[in-house]
Design a protein around this ligand. Sequence first.
Ligand code: UGA
Length: 437
Amino acid sequence: MRISVIGCGYLGAVHAACMAKLGHEVVGIDVDERKIFELSSARAPFYEPGLEELLRDVQETGRLSFTTDMSAAAGSDVHFICVGTPQKKGENGADMTYVDAATMGLLPYLAAGDVVVGKSTVPVGTAARLAKLVQDQEPTAHLVWNPEFLREGHAVSDTLQPDRFVYGVEDGSEDHPAITVLDDVYATPLASGTPRLITDHPTAELVKAAANSFLATKISFINAMAEVCEAAGADVTRLADAIGMDDRIGRKFLNAGIGFGGGCLPKDIRAFMARAGELGADQALTFLREVDAINMRRRTRVVELTRELCEGTLLGKRITVLGAAFKPESDDVRDSPALSIAAQLQLQGAVVTVTDPKALPNAAKRFPELHFEPELHDAISRADALLVLTEWQQYRSLDPYALVSRVNSPRILDGRNVLDPGKWRAAGWTYRGLGRA
Ligand code: UGA
């Protein structure tokens, strides 16, 4: 099939490459010339495992191209809208500027029978509004809401083999004409057994908001338990192991630590609360305010713990922060708890050095006042305390015996509870985890 993908960020670039991998002829469109230049040269404009290999692989087939020119969407049968919906400045709601601009820009190029597919995370009600614009322009075209559930760091496999597809169509009916078109797009994963659910527009939009809210709630739940464990002298990691063995609860997303960040969970729960307020259902989501508050409290708690670890004062202490990305296997620093903690420590008088295997260029753009050191061993050298804030494999596998002579004081704060406290203590370190006695 001929497909256009509008928006080539973390979602769209991966989606375009994966659709070409599935055998379709794809054009990726974005207003950012630098991104288009990189992608056209088969280079990923951000770090995502497997993406660059995939870009090279499909570009050789000639099925994938990139442009800044929206008119390239003409002639495609299916148009995916993959632009961002960041948090509005100074407000909780989602900024719909890019979704609206992408849709308006696409309208003149729609032809009879085209299917416009929304993948961006949007406030419920958006699909109905955009569907009207599409049908006013081209009465035989349809708009489907097909939320995306990919995780950064696993984006390629999540796109090629997702857990499920959700198609939200105007009337929610199983024989809506756009369904067969989307089934053709996803023929390969559907043939290998990926389930698909047909819903109406608002349900499809809400599936995404609900899924991310549930994940955020799960993380804040275990972080709330971490607070109680700290007060009671218990161990939240063992608690998570034990409750996770109940398969109604499950162990996934029960890792207590410095909390969730990134370009999705934090802004999505806020946008969901804002939208529920507009709909008169704000009471239903007041718990998400608490989820958000628990999450933000983790960051303050780590600053306090670091102060305790440094014998009551941060002034002039050399603190090395291991990890800047919001999670491992990503260079994304949007709302990264690691960076926000690093900045708070610096404000409180510590001399902070941040290292990360991939995210330093992005981190330096966001927090130019911090000191960044790409070499792990230089970053660690002469530190008064190490803070593991993003659990990259190279930090998980650090050797406490080899490091002990490189630092000023052997103190480590394990912000993701990924180190073995016994081993670090045996090597002479003062170890602090989160929610662990
Ligand atoms: C999230 C969802 O997991 C995806 O399903 C969704 O498609 C995506 O948002 C989106 O809306 O586009 P992502 O932001 O890539 O994906 O990252 P997650 O793996 O969900 O992690 C989010 C944050 O939670 C990270 O900062 C991570 O460190 C933290 N986390 C995760 C914990 O603190 N504890 C856990 O147990 C799990």
